[in-house]
Design a protein around this ligand. Structure first.
Ligand SMILES: NC(=O)C1=CN([C@@H]2O[C@H](COP(=O)(O)OP(=O)(O)OC[C@H]3O[C@@H](n4cnc5c(N)ncnc54)[C@H](O)[C@@H]3O)[C@@H](O)[C@H]2O)[C@H](O)CC1
Ligand SMILES: [K+]
Length: 499
């Protein structure tokens, strides 16, 4: 897994690399600019593109100047450089690159003292090297005017490192000018803010350029933030050994569904089965029995009575329970949740209405077995732990609650965030907007419960489950990836990852 850094830590990694490799900081800037140009030429190979590069006078601007020079060398012949001289300050590496660029003939450089001097913008594409990770306050004055004007042009904008005005960590505050980039080519690691929904209006997509910073230093930096990678799943997902039998892979029970929401029980049970549990049982209302038997012959039923409670259950025979999808929040469901919490003492997966019931009966949180996995979406998270104004504060709460409760919390989003009892905060990269459809979460609950039953540590079950859930959705390749389609992809995907 990749360590994710704050802007300050990235600067430290920068200094460490310069010292340990005995190079000049301008060399690192050159390296970063090469890495940017490599990706840029893959994305925009047409050398006849008219490109305007807007540069500040800090190191982000220095990158912009070096990038302009390297693009000319790569054959882009129509390049215009606009330098925003809104302050008297400039960095040494900006000045070095300014001198290098001026040695080039045919380069058009214009210096702006104010945003109104911009004139007509006839380029096809704009490179944004105005401000980068050095941003220390919201944009105002000439910066705000320039960024607002650039946004009004509705041109393709490619940002160097980060869109100008977007904070690197806590995400965008509302009401401030921030450049809207089609693509950001970020150095060494994605910025934490890219992984939070607040960046969505300002960034369509990002790619990461390896600029040669010291990887050991980065991985050993203090801090809880990580990005999951495919390799993490490959390392963890076990190969199914010869002589395995159904008992090897555990017995999972899904407590889900109500007469009107049996679909949730079917989806979560099917996901559990397809993710590899040796045996899967579904605790459902009697009215759902025909549907279950007809659609999932592999799954066994534990029928709930009129009052919502199952008759005699041998709790010991289950390795894991997942509870919540489509359950409802009526008195019967509350009694059912109480029965499960009273009788089952291994880690469980709590989702949807199970979380809503706990939110309204918070004393129940004390009875949740240690190391359980909670899978809230944003609203369920806030119902449980209180309202939050932004995602950064939600992250702080997630880290705090996961450690104090000793649970893993899976906060579902485009980049689902997993908080572990050890205090880690991992972002899952897989998934697609095609999965934004009812039932996706039910599938995730089934998948994580399945891995729990198969004997994975609960936080590992959350890592693997969240990753394969998103990756399976990507494999559907459709405008919409229905939960059923996603579940169908699981066995083959997991075989590829395990072998
Ligand atoms: N390790 C790396 O990631 C590398 C990064 N590089 C590039 O360097 C920038 C960061 O450069 P820095 O000089 O620290 O800051 P900026 O260029 O982003 O900003 C310049 C300057 O502007 C001032 N400022 C901040 N906020 C505002 C504001 N709201 N209004 C006005 N002025 C503001 C402040 O004084 C800043 O110092 C990084 O993004 C990369 O592009 C290296 O080139 C390679 C290694
Ligand atoms: K920028």
């Amino acid at each position: 897994m990749q360590k994710l850094l704050t802007a300050k830590q990235m600067r430290d990694a920068d200094s460490f690399t310069i010292a340990s490799k005995s190079i000049f900081s301008a060399d690192l800037m050159e390296e970063a600019s090469h890495a940017f140009v490599k990706i840029f030429t893959e994305e925009f190979p047409d050398r006849s593109l008219r490109v305007s590069v807007y540069c500040g006078t800090g190191n982000n601007g220095g990158d912009g100047l070096a990038i302009s020079r390297l693009l000319m060398q790569a054959g882009y012949h129509d390049i215009k450089v606009m330098i925003a001289r809104f302050s008297a300050n400039s960095t040494d590496d900006f000045e070095i690159n300014f001198r290098r660029l001026r040695e080039f003939q045919n380069i058009r450089i214009q210096e702006l003292r104010s945003a109104v001097e911009c004139g007509a913008e006839t380029s096809d594409l704009i490179i944004d090297a105005l401000l980068g990770s050095g941003l220390n306050k919201p944009l105002s004055g000439e910066w705000e005017k320039l960024v607002t004007w650039l946004n009004s042009l509705h041109k393709t904008i490619v940002s160097v490192d980060i869109p100008t005005g977007l904070p690197a960590e806590e995400g965008a505050g509302s009401g401030h000018a921030i450049l809207h980039a089609r693509l950001a080519i970020s150095f060494q690691r994605p910025k934490l803010s890219f992984l939070l929904p607040g960046s969505a209006p300002y960034l369509d997509r990002f790619r990461v350029a390896d600029i040669g910073l010291d990887d050991d230093f980065i991985q050993n930096c203090e801090g809880p933030y990580y990005l999951l990678e495919e390799n993490d799943i490959r390392e963890r997902l076990i190969h199914r050994a010869a002589f395995s039998h159904k008992g090897t892979f555990g017995h999972a029970m899904l407590v889900a569904g109500a007469p009107e929401t049996m679909g949730a029980a079917l989806l979560t049970s099917r996901a559990c089965l397809y993710a590899g549990a040796g045996l899967t049982s579904a605790c459902i209302p009697a009215t759902g029995l025909t549907a279950l038997n007809a659609s999932l012959p592999e799954v066994m039923a534990v029928v709930r009575s009129e009052q919502g409670l199952p008759t005699s259950v041998d709790w010991e025979k289950y390795q894991a329970i997942g509870i919540g999808p489509g359950l409802g929040t009526g008195p019967g469901s509350l009694s059912l949740l109480r029965v499960v919490l009273k009788n089952f003492h291994k880690p469980i997966v709590l989702d949807a209405d199970a979380l809503n019931l706990i939110a309204h009966n918070y004393e129940l949180i004390q009875q949740v077995p240690e190391h359980s996995v909670l899978t809230p979406h944003m609203k369920e998270f806030d119902r449980l732990f209180g309202d939050h104004q932004d995602w950064w504060s939600r992250i702080e709460t997630g880290i705090d609650r996961a450690t104090t409760l000793g649970c893993t919390i899976v906060l579902k989003n485009r980049y689902t965030i997993i908080f572990t009892p050890q205090g880690m905060c991992l972002f899952n990269p897989t998934g697609t907007p095609a999965m934004a459809t009812g039932g996706s979460g039910d599938a995730l609950t089934g998948i994580i419960t399945s891995f729990l039953a198969q004997g994975y540590e609960p936080h590992e079950a959350a890592f693997i489950g969240t990753y394969v859930h998103g990756a399976a959705g990507e494999r559907v390749r459709g405008y919409v990836a229905t939960p059923s389609q996603l579940i169908d992809e699981l066995p083959l995907l997991m075989k590829e990852l395990a072998d």
